[in-house]
Ligand binder design. Structure first.
Ligand code: SF4
Length: 456
């Protein structure tokens, strides 16, 4: 249907879209995607792979047809400081014959061969749609291989694509990782220590955050999962605190660690000036009884970084003030930080949405956005295109599936997903973000877009 504002919205999707200020906040989310609407959302298998795949010294084997594995190979920007087994894409490449007679034997042979060849610290075996349909017993095959290969952890990931939405995949990944936690020794860990959860080390971002933490005197035990190591995850229960960034992806693991090992957690974000500083202040506040100097050290770090950053941001702001931005990302945590980051650049966010936000996430977004902003859950290309046109956006922030929508409409684009090759976290990341938004929004090429030419 066509709304009064001129946007195209399917009747069944109306309850998942809210325009701030039109009526009291009330929107549906975390539902099955509408059949036929070509959701931007990824499948369960994709959700689990996003979380686990950056564990760099593990073997990642996709049990299914080759098509499911196509997106894994070297597209993503998750960097490793050591082993790079995660950049290899392995699949059992199930064929018609395997589907008729079962794929367990093929999986067993693939695992044995790959473990012999690559000597990984652990193996994750991802279930895809077809495996769920033919009923291969992943758990049994993994147990058999583990027993034959000196007890190396071989972990089934129950991520059949059809069994829910991307959030189910996050849950399957957390369950698989939790089987590793608690199996390693915790000796020598500092009382001022954290695990970093929900960061994927895109373009080396996690190293920026680790460096800030080290400067305020905090040890990082395990990176979960960017630049991840199996042994670190095995001893992660020895850390004093979990820092959860992508809460959609790793909150379940944090909760399981709290219940089983008493490790508390804090929700943080490393995107944008405000949130990065707040994350460090929250960590300092948590440890201040164990180290009275930590708050002072943290203030000094933030001041130091801001003194370097602010003059440069003011320059970009001169051109960007009043421009309009749209945000559509995987998880809502990133959307909060992006709204604040755009505000810092003097820009207005007119559309914000995510694939996997919860009721609480959207309520928070409603709180921090301006009147008239469209808030949307689990969108599709048709809706996004019409919102971008209706709001006359200058830039769209999204991922690989959103890029063509922006370019086809002649709108600037900023990649804020797992494919990006430039760090956007931390104070230095905010500067990169401002530079990228500035060069995209101010590019003279947009003057030649037919839609804009007609307007001018
Ligand atoms: S939906 Fe199923 S078939 Fe498609 S990529 Fe996901 S697991 Fe593979």
């Amino acid at each position: 249907m066509m709304t009064a504002a001129g946007s195209v919205i399917f009747e069944e999707r109306k309850s998942q879209i809210h325009r701030k200020g039109e009526k009291p906040f009330d929107m549906n989310c975390n539902r099955e995607s509408l059949a036929g609407a070509v959701s931007q959302r990824a499948c369960v298998f994709c959700g689990s792979r996003v979380v686990l795949y950056p564990i760099a010294d593990a073997l990642h084997l996709v049990h299914g047809p080759i098509g499911c594995a196509a997106y894994t190979w070297d597209i993503r920007g998750a960097l490793s400081s050591g082993p790079a087994l995660h950049r290899m894409s392995f699949s059992t490449d199930l064929q018609e014959r395997d589907i008729i007679f079962g794929g367990e034997e093929k999986l067993y042979r693939a695992l044995i061969e790959l473990i012999d060849r690559h000597r990984p610290r652990a193996a994750f075996v991802y279930s895809t749609c077809i495996v769920g349909i033919i009923g291969d017993d992943l758990e049994a095959v993994c147990r058999r291989v583990s027993a034959e290969k000196d007890g190396i952890p071989v972990l089934p990931v129950q991520s059949e694509g059809f069994k829910g939405n991307k959030r189910e995949g996050y849950s399957a990944a957390c369950k698989a990782m939790f089987r590793l936690v608690g199996t390693g020794g915790t000796e020598g860990i500092s009382p001022l220590s954290v695990n970093i959860l929900g960061d994927f080390n895109l373009a080396g971002e996690l190293w920026i955050v680790r460096e800030y933490l080290a400067r305020i005197g905090v040890e990082t035990v395990a990176n979960i999962t960017g630049d991840g190591r199996v042994e670190d995850i095995m001893r992660a229960h020895g850390a004093a605190l979990n820092l959860v960034q992508c809460s959609g992806a790793t909150m379940e693991l944090a909760q399981m660690m709290k219940e089983s090992y008493g490790v508390p957690f804090l929700r943080v974000s490393y995107f944008g000036v405000e949130d990065m500083a707040q994350a460090l202040y929250d960590v300092a506040a948590f440890f201040k009884d164990r180290d009275r100097e930590i708050v002072g050290r943290t203030r000094a770090l933030v001041k130091d970084e801001l003194l370097k950053l602010y003059p440069a941001l003011q320059e970009f702001k001169k051109d960007l003030c009043g421009k309009k931005a749209a945000i559509y990302v995987g998880g809502a945590f990133k959307a909060f930080s992006l709204v604040k980051a755009f505000r810092l650049l003097g820009m207005k966010v007119v559309l914000v949405g995510s694939q996997t936000g919860t009721d609480q996430d959207y309520r928070e977004l409603h709180e921090i956005t301006d009147r008239g902003t469209i808030i949307v859950d689990d969108s599709n290309p048709l809706e996004l295109s019409s919102f971008l046109k209706e709001k006359e956006c200058d830039v769209f922030v999204g991922g690989v599936k959103e890029r063509p929508i922006a370019y086809k409409l002649g709108v600037g684009f900023c990649d804020h997903n797992h494919e990006r090759k430039q760090p956007l976290e931390g104070f230095v990341g905010m500067l990169n973000f401002a530079k990228e938004i500035h060069s995209s929004v101010m590019s003279p090429v947009w003057r030649f877009v037919p839609r804009r030419k007609a307007r001018n």
